[in-house]
Design a protein around this ligand. Structure first.
Ligand SMILES: [Fe+2]
Length: 283
């Protein structure tokens, strides 16, 4: 029998807190389908008070689709030892070496790994250790950003593509391995595989360029397209507690992080859902 859970919306347009589900348990098909339906509708789902092992986190992500390998960050140790699909997001150093990536600084608006031909459709992030303040994550609804564009601007980008480049992480640091110089172009408007809604795919600002535009023209267009992000419109903010699990639609929302004190510990584990079961990344 399906677990009945409660869905509490976090804003008028997206984001919801789900209560009444233990994500470490084996979810039955009906419960998993219910969570997926809520994820498709609300794009960002927050679950409080969870206790997950790394295998639990992978089982959760695997329940929705195929897994992606963790991306390289700005140091060699970006995945959890023994778990190549789990990225460690942390500022902690042990024995003089970082245990994860992305440090303690601010992270700029981005979607993860859009420099891939098929970026992950969703991400699952589990909070193990959280500082006393700072480090909030903000989510931006890219369907709302698209709908907010003036009609002439939306028409002007209908057939335009944007170049996505992996050289820099969202912390502004250079990647050291793997995808370091991966580059791909995607249409600026795509159908999000999770929500099946049209969205504006911006990826990240640094190194992006509009195909067919010179630098000046491209910068002007990108400034107009980034306006809702720069103004923090259509945003839901998550203030983390240990035990939180957040599922977010990686393509349909962008995310960014506030800085926090480097004197405090912050440790999160992230898994990436490459594609939903029986679904692909389509323009
Ligand atoms: Fe990210």
């Amino acid at each position: 029998m399906a677990t009945s859970f409660t869905t509490t919306p976090l804003s008028p347009t997206f984001g919801a807190e789900i209560s009444g589900v233990d994500l470490s348990a084996d979810l039955d098909d009906a419960t998993r389908a219910g969570i997926l339906a809520a994820w498709r509708q609300h794009l960002v789902l927050i679950f409080r008070g969870q206790t997950l092992t790394p295998d639990d986190l992978l089982d959760l992500a695997r329940g929705f689709g195929t897994l992606d390998l963790a991306p390289p960050f700005d140091n060699q140790q970006s995945s959890l030892p023994g778990y190549p699909e789990i990225a460690v997001v942390s500022n902690v150093e042990e024995k003089g070496a970082p245990i994860g990536g992305l440090g303690a600084g601010e992270l700029a608006w981005h979607s993860d790994m859009t420099y891939r031909a098929a970026p992950p459709v969703g991400c699952a992030l589990f909070a193990k250790e959280i500082p006393s303040e700072g480090g909030n994550t903000h989510f931006l609804n890219m369907n709302a950003c698209l709908d907010a564009l003036p009609p002439d601007l939306r028409a002007a980008i209908a057939d335009r593509h944007l170049i996505h480049d992996s050289r820099y992480t969202s912390a502004g640091t250079e990647r050291v391995a793997g995808d370091r110089f991966a580059t791909v172009d995607h249409p600026l408007i795509i159908t999000d595989p999770l929500s099946q809604k049209p969205i504006l795919l911006l990826g990240r600002r640094r190194q992006s360029a509009v195909v067919g535009f010179d630098e000046m023209q491209g910068r002007e267009l990108l400034s107009a397209l980034w306006e809702p992000a720069d103004q923090n419109r259509f945003v839901v903010t998550h203030s983390w507690k240990p035990g939180d699990v957040v599922l977010w639609a990686n393509i349909a929302v962008m995310h960014r992080r506030d800085a926090f004190s480097s004197a405090e510990r912050r440790v999160l584990l992230r898994a990436q859902v490459a594609s939903l079961n029986q679904q692909s990344f389509t323009a």
